[in-house]
Design a protein around this ligand. Structure first.
Ligand SMILES: [Zn+2]
Length: 166
């Protein structure tokens, strides 16, 4: 081989490397573009999922609000029904004691003539209650007095006994 042939071979070798390098750059640029497309796609998907999440969340919050409202209404209805039950119970009691009258103090039923007798001494009548309390105080006082008397008698008996011994 002469020098010219050797030079051509060398040029050819380098040209091949240059071509290969250009192809690699093109392939990598394509790869980079593909990566950017992927990044944008995933970002879009995240935004879409966030939108769906927010939509479901706001629906669930509305459902909670509605359930709370319903619970309040239900409680009110239960309160009403309990009041009705109380009223019905009173009505039933009255029906069972048809023709009888209610003592306003103890809320028991009596015949009209029986009520007159009962009311004067009804245990729940405010004045009677005071008297009963007073009566009880007197009873306690009496008991104390009896105890003091008994103690005094015992003391006197002991004094007499001591005198008899001495
Ligand atoms: Zn009574």
């Amino acid at each position: 081989m002469n020098e010219r042939e050797i030079r051509d071979i060398e040029i050819n070798k380098v040209n091949n490397k240059v071509r290969k390098n250009s192809e690699d750059i093109k392939a990598m640029l394509l790869n980079a573009t593909w990566c950017e497309v992927n990044i944008k796609t995933y970002e879009k998907r995240i935004k879409h999922q966030e939108m769906l999440f927010n939509d479901i969340k706001s629906k669930l919050i509305k459902q909670i609000d509605r359930a709370v409202e319903n619970a309040k209404k239900t409680h009110d209805i239960v309160d009403d029904l309990l009041k009705q039950k109380e009223a019905l119970h009173a009505q039933l009691k009255k029906a069972h004691h048809f023709g009888m009258e209610l003592c306003k103090f103890c809320e028991r039923y009596f015949t009209p003539s029986g009520l007159k007798r009962h009311m004067t001494g009804c245990a729940k009548k405010p004045a009677v209650k005071k008297v009963a309390k007073h009566a009880n105080e007197i009873k306690v006082e009496k008991a104390n007095l009896e105890a003091k008397k008994a103690a005094l008698i015992k003391l006197k008996e002991k004094e007499i006994a001591d005198l008899q011994k001495g």
